[in-house]
Design a protein around this ligand. Sequence first.
Ligand code: HEC
Ligand code: HEC
Length: 363
Amino acid sequence: MNRLSIISLTTILFQGCQEVNLDSLGEFDIGPLPQEVPAPQENPINEAKIELGRLLFFDPILSANNKVSCASCHSPSKGFSDGLDRSDGFSKGIKTPRNAPTILNAAFNGINLLGEMDPSNSPMFYDNRANSLEEQCMGPLLSSKEMKGPEWTEEEYIPFLEQKVAAIREYRQLFYGAFEDSTVSILKITQAIATYERTLITPNSPFDQFVKGDQHAMTDQQIRGLEAFISAGCNRCHSGPMFSDYKLHILGVDEHPDLANFDKGDGNYAFRTTTLRNLSYTAPYMHNGQLKTLEDVLRFYERKRSEHKDVSSSDLAGKFKDLKMSPFNLSRKDEIIAFLKALDDPNFDQTVPDSVPSGLPLR
Ligand code: HEC
Ligand code: HEC
């Protein structure tokens, strides 16, 4: 039996008589990532800007106490996340309220199945509150829990930060190379970092290769898992090339027990559909890292009920309550997990600079 008939057969078994073939996976709203990321008109990509952004990303000089860099919470060796439920913040005892999502493919946030997206209107954060990588970058730089720390006001910190970076000769040269102007500004800092982030993409997972025609890129178990994923209705939210509709949904994930105040997401306990790419590197899961493994996530979807004491079952997203999860036996769960691993792609830039222009130790 060839691979196409495996997909068709499992689909017939689980979905009625609908034929699925490689060409029509798009009917289910899922497909491959493009090989390239668009940049906003006002921030074109060039090699010098990528290199400047990379150095800034790893340089703790961007934090008020010279101890926190972007890479502290988004580490290449941990899939540009940190493996924690909540990140360690500005100093000892300070933690972020939420889990650090991966930065891999964040440059594609908001992309649809046709590969269309607007890099100036690209939703960021678990509540979509920022609209581009450039705008997002201001968040951690000016956060009292992350890089600015509690001592400075934003108005004071911005010129302080610009002067700190401009005082380093190598940075002035690098800014000149990237922008043809050696003046350091917070806007240019965010533009350079965003440009580096646009290189952190993984468009060649086994799934991408499979949908582009390599029938052997996924195992039989993964193909059955893809079918189970669709027939359960996971793709009704986890759709498009990123496996996210970039919409906010109420799932009723339990609160993190250590938070003083409930995290209400967008205000109504809705959080953005996460990407499902590279999950093997980014545990623990959900906005607060409350689910430790993919098995835990699938058990959560099987229970299909609110686990949050302030979220009632009538508040839950319809597409969540409508999931066809039962009767789901153990092997179906294993198949879905195997399929999710077909969305992993370890071929991303995992290099860490030997040193950064500030000379500070890497953190
Ligand atoms: C102290 C830990 C920490 C530091 C430092 C940090 N981040 Fe984050 N990052 C997080 C957390 C936590 C979130 C999720 C916050 C939320 O959704 O409200 C996040 C979210 C993001 C996102 C959004 C991804 C998406 O898909 O929505 C991007 C991009 C990002 N960070 C880039 C950066 C950059 C660039 C820097 C350095 C300027 C940085 N981060 C510094 C913890 C950190
Ligand atoms: C109603 C829309 C919806 C449906 C249907 C749905 N999800 Fe989700 N999924 C979400 C949202 C929203 C989140 C983030 C929730 C949070 O952070 O609290 C999420 C998170 C996840 C995560 C965690 C990823 C991470 O990095 O933390 C996994 C894995 C996942 N979903 C898999 C699935 C699978 C498998 C199915 C089908 C059984 C499914 N989802 C069905 C909306 C949905």
